[in-house]
Write a protein that binds this ligand. Structure first.
Ligand code: BG6
Length: 473
């Protein structure tokens, strides 16, 4: 058998994309709640347009999402039926501290998550919990400008300490920030940053990054004190860059683009700022404001490296008129050797094996694939059944690729949680129609539908994959 017996198979979601119940149980507003569907979403995500309160003009899909706030027991039952060993989810910071830094935590929020974790444990499902999945309290954005301000560090550490203490013994695997490198590409989503005319964007982004990196290392240190069994991971929006041709300039660009992504993980996994980043800061005139002890604190490195993988990317060292496409908020030159999803994300199963090898060579820490999957338009029959052979095919190829990385290349891989194991709202577009799940949810892009859950063909397929520990694909 290729994979170890304790391999963690499961699925992944994030609070803002599934819970809904945004104003219930004393919850406060979070940045991502304010992202509408439609053309303004991209401008708000990038911090170029300010929208810090709901208005009548837009539709905000996170308000109800798939209403897991009221359906979680049934949903967990379905995950258990598929045989999940692990369920990746996030805690919504503003359910615990509605303003981010309130004097007391919100007991109703703590009760809600305690119930979820106990429910998971009753099925022997291990929770894997992201502390901040695109999640910045709006109150802290209004008062401090998000992660540009150091006050966010203390507030975040206190939030982490509160939940880690409350859920000691129930949760062991934690991720500090989802796709931390998204801060560069989508500063409002990653850090609650909104830019004003004249702002030095690069300076603000890397200052916010420094704050998140310090916060992450403080939480890593604290987690081990709270419970020595805790395992802390960083989380990268993964997928390496290929050079468009074998011209040395193209290869150089691939190295540079990879470094832009790995910058965060280099600090979290190695414990110091890499030289290439120090040089870049000098060149670009970026002056990081640091407190005494920050560099020492960064030495608290993570226990494992987790990442999402949807596609590889292609770059060139030349400014030529290439055809481009997107994938997970990154722009890429269209790779002529790959097919794409309906949203233009390039499908590259071998790229997952390549990414695993590159990360393992670079960090020599256990890896965890915490997101992977196919966003596609599903057409259900009258019972909500979907013949999603395209999804099965995508996943079969990606699972085969990571098995090769383990078996042939010797990569140390802890587990695999496929993204959107139940249909949820899309992070990039806010659409419901971009579906990833094994479980269909009756809800459309305009917020119409009964929230009824039904099993797709891939449900039984994934169940068999897990039962055979990846032998029957
Ligand atoms: C990752 C995020 O970027 O990709 C998820 O961590 C997101 O939140 C997932 O949903 C898929 O992206 P999208 O845009 O298809 O939802």
């Amino acid at each position: 058998m290729t994979l170890p017996d304790n391999f963690l198979w499961g699925g992944a979601t994030a609070a803002n994309q599934v819970e809904g119940g945004i104003l219930e149980g004393g919850r406060g507003l979070s940045n991502i709640d304010l992202l509408p569907t439609g053309p303004d979403r991209a401008a708000i995500s990038s911090g170029m347009m300010e929208l810090l309160d709901w208005d009548e003009k837009h539709f905000y899909p996170a308000k109800e999402a798939i209403d897991m706030y009221h359906h979680y027991k049934d949903d967990i039952k379905l995950f258990a039926e598929m045989g999940f060993k692990v369920y990746r989810m996030s805690i919504s910071w503003t359910r615990i501290f509605p303003n981010g830094d309130d004097k007391e935590p919100n007991q109703k929020g703590l009760d809600f998550y305690r119930d979820i974790f106990e429910e998971l444990r009753s099925y022997q499902i291990e929770p894997l919990v992201t502390l901040a999945h695109f999640d910045v309290p709006v109150s802290m954005i209004k008062r401090f400008g998000g992660w540009r301000d150091r006050k966010l560090v203390d507030a975040y550490v206190r939030y982490a300490e509160t939940v880690m203490t409350a859920f000691k013994g129930l949760v062991k695997y934690w991720l500090t920030f989802n796709e931390i490198n998204i801060l560069i590409h989508s500063p409002f989503v990653g850090g609650g940053l909104v830019f004003k005319a004249g702002d030095n964007k690069q300076q603000l982004i890397y200052q916010a990054a420094h704050h998140q990196l310090v916060a992450s290392s403080r939480v890593t240190k604290l987690a081990h004190v709270i419970d020595p069994d805790n395992k802390i991971g960083c989380m990268l929006a993964g997928g390496m860059h290929y050079p468009y041709t074998c011209r040395p300039e193209d290869y150089k660009q691939a190295i540079d683009s990879d470094r832009e992504n790995y910058f965060f993980i280099d600090v979290q996994a190695r414990g110091y700022y890499p030289n290439y980043a120090r040089k870049m800061f000098e060149r670009e005139g970026i002056n990081l404001v640091m407190a005494d002890g920050d560099l020492e604190m960064l030495k608290n490195t993570v226990d494992f490296v987790s990442f999402s993988y949807y596609s590889s990317r292609t770059v060139s060292g030349f400014e030529e008129d290439y055809e481009t496409t997107t994938g997970n908020l990154f722009r890429s030159i269209k790779n002529p050797h790959l097919k794409s999803t309906e949203w233009g994300w390039q499908i590259d199963p071998l790229g997952l094996r390549n990414a695993l090898n590159q990360l393992y060579d670079r960090y020599q820490k256990p890896l965890f694939i915490v997101e992977n999957g196919l966003g596609a338009k599903d057409i259900p029959d009258e019972n909500g059944y979907v013949e999603d052979d395209y999804r099965i095919d995508y996943m079969r190829q990606h699972i085969a690729a990571f098995k090769d990385a383990v078996e042939i290349d010797g990569v140390d891989l802890l587990g695999y949680t496929s993204w959107g194991c139940i249909d949820l709202i899309s992070a990039s577009t806010g659409q419901m129609s971009k579906r990833y799940g094994f479980i269909y949810v009756d809800r459309d892009d305009d917020g119409v539908g009964s929230f009824k859950r039904s099993k797709k063909k891939s449900f039984a397929w994934y169940k068999q994959v897990i039962a055979s520990n990846g032998e029957q694909l």
